[in-house]
Design a protein around this ligand. Sequence first.
Ligand code: SAM
Ligand code: SF4
Length: 329
Amino acid sequence: MLLDTYGRVATDLRVSLTDRCNLRCTYCMPEEGLQWLAKPQLLTDDEIVRLVRIATTDLGVTEVRFTGGEPLLRPGLTSIVARCAELEPRPKMSLTTNGIGLERTAVALREAGLDRVNVSLDTLDPETFQRMTRRKRHTDVLRGLAAAREAGLAPVKVNAVLMPGLNDQEAPELLAWALREDYELRFIEQMPLDAQHGWQREGMITAGDILASLRTRFTLTPEGQEERGSAPAERWLVDGGPQRVGVIASVTRPFCRACDRTRLTADGQVRTCLFATEESDLRGALRGGASDAQIAALWRKAMWGKKAGAGIDDPSFVQPQRPMSAIGG
Ligand code: SAM
Ligand code: SF4
């Protein structure tokens, strides 16, 4: 298994399939000027499936989430999902996406074996959407969400980041909409992972702010900590339940002690944390002819070096070189 020196075991693998994207969310990417990974640097579909196989059969990974950049931009996505669905033991598979194009692909992805999706949507207002993502694609996201629900990729979760002065007033409205549409809404605190290094602790919308805003309209009852397990979202029953809302408070209430993640970037580097400053090169090993056992050993060694926590709220915190879009959120 993948064990670290603090006794944590990684069973949840995040695989980034590309660093490219068709949106330019201000908290993630600059308008222009990001250097993309060159094609030869990217893992091939075969390499990805091989690494997922090693992770699931040799290293105890039970859940795989495909992400990016925008994973729907990867031409081989459906076939990667289908091939991973044939692995023994079969991992649970989900996708984190901005939803653009999901309208066309949701059924095929479901048939290939995808279990769930998380779609990112920060606002119900098309103009605010355009300000936040620098693109006019709001309707595409809404259509993608509806298609995911109809395809049975349930529960469909919606990820929202609140930004001061842009959509910070929208939390109750977003929740009312999600309840109506039967999506499970989760707010994510903005983290220092933007390529421009523009994140500021002062002024960021905290979990406390979000909950206070939601409580102006809804009664929230905390779900037991046992139920949270290693899931990063703290969840609340809304107006007595059964529908819920989650808050992922990576900055103000980090969950590092219960972390069960390991990450693979689109260019084949293992990262033990979003905020890791070191990576371990699996692509070099793959292409140098390493055996499955040797690759598994490299991955175990990387995990053993996992730090206790991300420490975003600590004065000594240093933002990683790679932005969120290149790590895989
Ligand atoms: N493009 C896909 C999407 O947007 O869902 C997948 C990749 S994106 C990097 C994954 C998630 O990270 C999204 O929900 C996005 O809102 C979130 N994200 C990106 N930058 C972030 C930041 N600086 N702080 C918090 N969440 C961020
Ligand atoms: Fe693209 Fe997702 Fe980053 Fe937005 S958050 S720019 S959709 S990778």
